[in-house]
Design a protein around this ligand. Structure first.
Ligand code: GDD
Ligand code: MG
Length: 369
């Protein structure tokens, strides 16, 4: 069976992390996010993958190449303009061929058992089967109502609160029969969620409930939560093995000065320098080549590659993107995001979900927010 991965979205809710980097390439525990999707496909015996791309496609292609390193055969198709989720799949029809195939949203971290999903699809002789997962707030997702035999009774994308009568939502993974291609008009924008699925209700559309780990990483809060879940091994990933019994993972040589404190769970990338008197953790992921100076604290946070924290900088529940630096005595907290290569000088306070755009310089003592 082949799989189509949808990665054409702009990832607007994750800005500024996605201004220069497409969402699938944003690092999650120091690896491009979509590599977890690929690993999961491979672990379930899927060997051929088609990337349906739109926004910033070059980095994806350059990183994964022909897929050989992952034991996969990868093909790339780039849209000239966004075709929507179903239009994007129609656009890759020639690469999928006959037979049932998988479609996956590219921004989901999950343990979903693809084998069971496919077996269920076959057992029901379904035209299309949607994986379902329970969530607390369905308003950000596609609500799916099902009957006793698993048949879909209704599909409602981004429902309002008064429309909610189930906590089951579209988990962004589908098994489709190739005849579904005939339901999608070619060359125009078309959506599974607002077009194809509502029209397939009562015509062979089934929902498969899964209680496996599931997270859409499309917002900063969820992006952080996905890291915490990897650190706590709430989800099985290729990083799980590195997190030893102490829940400390060093991804290569790390220069850890005597007197530097690591509080688990924590992942430290290759080539980092952590000075005496710094504290990293709990719940910290530090990208390769970062320098963390004396007196600095990193807690419940993500530092991407090559970040610098000067003396007594404190980063809590925040995200520091690649190449950014935080000056001496500055506090970054409360869901802040410091964009790529931004430089926040000393003696600032950045909290309250503030987002600093890539390359910006925040002068010493200028923000107390
Ligand atoms: N190629 C291509 N072209 N891909 C696209 C396009 C497009 O025009 N639009 C979106 N995508 C990709 C995105 O890159 C992402 O991987 C996936 O399709 C879903 O888009 P999101 O923008 O992340 O949608 P969402 O999170 O609001 O909602 C979707 O996912 C939920 C589960 O996380 C819907 O499928 C919901 O029904 C679902 O519950
Ligand atoms: Mg999403």
């Amino acid at each position: 069976m082949k799989a189509v991965i949808l990665v054409g979205g702009q990832g607007k809710r994750l800005r500024p992390l996605t201004l220069g980097t497409p969402k699938p390439m944003v690092p999650l525990a120091n690896k491009p996010f979509v590599s977890y999707v690929l690993e999961r496909l491979r672990n379930h015996g899927i060997s051929e993958v088609v990337f349906s791309m739109g926004y910033l496609p070059d980095g994806i292609k350059a990183y994964f190449g022909d897929g050989g390193d992952l034991g996969l055969k990868v093909t790339y198709v780039t849209e000239e303009r966004p075709l929507g989720t179903a239009g994007a799949v129609k656009n890759v029809e020639e690469h999928v061929g006959d037979g049932d195939f998988l479609v996956l949203n590219g921004d989901i971290l999950t343990d979903l058992d693809l084998g069971s999903l496919i077996a269920y699809h076959n057992e029901k002789q379904a035209v299309a089967t949607i994986a379902l997962t329970p969530v607390e707030d369905p308003t950000a997702y596609g609500l799916v109502r099902t009957g006793g035999a698993g048949e879909v009774l209704g599909f409602l994308e981004k429902p309002s609160w008064d429309q909610i009568d189930t906590n089951l939502i579209n988990a962004g993974t589908y098994v489709l029969r190739s005849e579904v291609f005939d339901l999608i008009p070619p060359g125009v924008e078309h959506s599974f969620e607002r077009g194809v699925f509502p029209r397939l209700v009562g015509k062979g559309l089934y929902g498969y409930r899964s209680d496996d780990y599931w997270m859409d990483i499309g917002t900063p809060e969820k992006y952080l939560q996905a890291h915490y879940d990897i650190l706590e091994k709430n989800v099985e990933t290729s990083v799980s093995d590195c997190l030893d019994q102490d829940f400390v993972c060093m991804q290569g040589q790390v220069h850890l000065e005597t007197g530097a404190k690591l509080v688990p769970p924590v992942i430290i990338g290759e080539g980092c320098t952590i000075r005496a008197g710094a504290r990293v953790g709990r719940m910290a992921i530090v990208g390769p080549g970062c320098t963390i100076a004396a007196g600095s604290v990193v807690e419940e946070s993500v530092l991407q590659e090559g970040c610098i924290l000067e003396e007594n900088a404190v980063v809590r529940r925040s995200i520091i993107a690649r190449g950014a630096s935080v000056g001496a005595g500055t506090l970054v907290a409360g869901g802040a995001i410091i964009g790529e290569n931004a430089r926040v000088e000393g003696d600032n306070i950045l909290t309250n979900h503030i987002r600093v755009y890539p390359g910006t310089v925040v002068r010493e003592g200028s923000i107390k927010f």
